[in-house]
Write a protein that binds this ligand. Structure first.
Ligand code: C5P
Length: 283
């Protein structure tokens, strides 16, 4: 993680991997722009025009000469305020859906450029797979990789606000020297070799100390995950979700069960990489 930029964002270098946790976003013609949200954590997502999916549709409409008269319905499967880029995934899905509905036929690059105006992670949510993100996270380079990675995601409540975690990082840096995560060469080498153990050992996140300062209970979650045999465990994004890497799918199932047995009730299994936002059904 680099320094705070003049535009209020931080320079960063990050390796993104899309995993098999999904939100379903349905966009249909309507008399006006509406948003409904259901599923776990739905009450924390604004059901109005401030919703990132609504802003995505409005942006595409304005740029492509359409009227944003659609009903957007979001079924959440991605943890809300969890550091899992769920809002960005919804924006990406809404862009793809509205593009299909209106026959806009924008290229993926055009959609990604519009997405970057909505949030730093939206281009990756469109792209999917595994990618290196630079800039504020919106500039992507595909990553050479092999294999499938089996993850357990341990969810925590309450969520953490991304700007609050970045602000805590700045506060810690002002207070004194903090260790920096090295560039992701080891992570990239592990992915290239399909070596889950090496990936687990190389996992690191500059935002983790800030997330731990705001939610100290996460520390014991990370320690527990490692003590029961995880290849690695880190705070995902700005947290508070913790991503736990397993050897394979069976191992991930047993880690998930073991974490549940130790009191972490909200654990999810997910595998990666998976593709980014796409149309599942067009009617
Ligand atoms: O771009 P996005 O809306 O997802 O970012 C949410 C907030 O996270 C930003 O307003 C900013 O406070 C912080 N952020 C940052 N540096 C980044 C990405 C996000 O400081 N590279």
């Amino acid at each position: 993680m680099g320094q705070l930029r003049e535009d209020g964002y931080h320079h960063l270098t990050t390796v993104f991997q899309a995993v098999s946790l999904y939100d379903e976003v349905t966009v249909t013609r309507s008399s006006s722009l509406t948003v409904t949200v259901e599923g776990e954590g739905a009450d924390l997502v604004p059901p109005d025009q401030s919703n990132l999916a609504a802003r995505a549709v409005e942006l595409l409409a304005a740029r492509s000469g359409h009227e944003a008269r659609v009903a957007i319905s979001i079924r959440k499967g991605i943890p809300v305020a969890g550091g899992c880029a769920g809002g960005s995934a919804d924006a990406a899905a809404a862009l793809v859906a509205a593009d299909a509905l209106w026959g806009t036929e924008w290229t993926r690059d055009q959609l990604a450029a519009a997405g970057a105006e909505l949030g730093s992670d939206v281009p990756f949510a469109l792209h999917g797979g595994t990618a290196l993100g630079t800039g504020r996270g919106e500039r992507l380079t595909p990553v050479l990789e092999q294999g499938t990675y089996s993850w357990v995601l341990a969810l925590s409540s309450p969520g953490l606000s991304t700007p609050a975690v970045y602000a805590e990082l700045d506060r810690q840096r002002c207070a004194g020297p903090v260790g920096l995560v090295p560039d992701p060469a080891e992570v990239l080498a592990a992915l290239r070799q399909g070596d889950a153990a090496a990936l687990g050992a190389a996992l690191a996140n500059d935002l983790q100390p800030a997330a731990l300062a705001l939610q100290p209970g996460l520390r014991s979650l990370l320690e527990t995950a490692r003590s029961i045999g995880a290849l690695g465990a880190i705070v995902s994004g700005s947290g508070p979700t913790v991503a736990v890497l397993a050897r394979d799918a069976d191992h991930a199932d047993s880690l998930a069960a073991a974490l549940s047995a130790r009191g972490w009730a909200r654990v999810r299994r997910a595998d990666g990489p998976v593709p980014g936002a796409r149309v599942v059904e067009a009617r």
